[in-house]
Design a protein around this ligand. Structure first.
Ligand code: SF4
Length: 94
C-alpha cells in the first residue's frame, strides 16, 4: 500500500531559486484593503498573512506561481509577474 503525502510534504520537495527582486508586490497603500484578505484564504502555499495592525503581507519565498492571488485580488491590489528566467519554483513532484 502506498503512503499518502500531505500538502506540506509535497511542497517541501519543490526547489525555489530567489529572484533579484520580489515578483509579487502589494501595491502601495493597499495593504489594509479588506479585499486583499482573500489572498490569505486562497494561496495554496500560505504565503499571505495579516499583521497585528491589520496589514496583509506576503513572503514570496515558496511561491508556486499559480496566479491564484492575482485572480482573487486583481491588479488594483497586486503587482504580479513571473520571476525572471532561471528563478522561481522548480516542481519536483507532480
Ligand atoms: S501565485 Fe499562487 S502560490 Fe504564489 S503567492 Fe499567489 S496564490 Fe500564492
Amino acid at each position: 500500500m502506498s503512503e499518502v503525502m500531505g500538502l506540506k510534504a509535497k511542497l517541501g520537495l519543490d526547489v525555489f531559486k530567489e529572484d533579484n527582486e520580489f515578483h509579487i508586490k502589494i501595491k502601495e497603500g493597499q495593504a489594509k484593503d479588506v479585499r486583499l484578505k482573500k489572498a490569505i484564504l486562497v494561496c495554496p502555499a500560505g504565503l499571505y498573512s495579516e499583521t497585528e495592525n491589520g496589514e496583509v503581507v506576503i513572503s514570496v519565498d515558496g511561491c508556486l506561481e499559480c496566479g491564484t492571488c492575482l485572480l482573487a485580488c486583481g491588479t488594483e491590489l497586486l503587482e504580479w509577474q513571473y520571476p525572471s528566467g532561471g528563478s522561481g519554483v522548480q516542481f519536483r513532484f507532480g
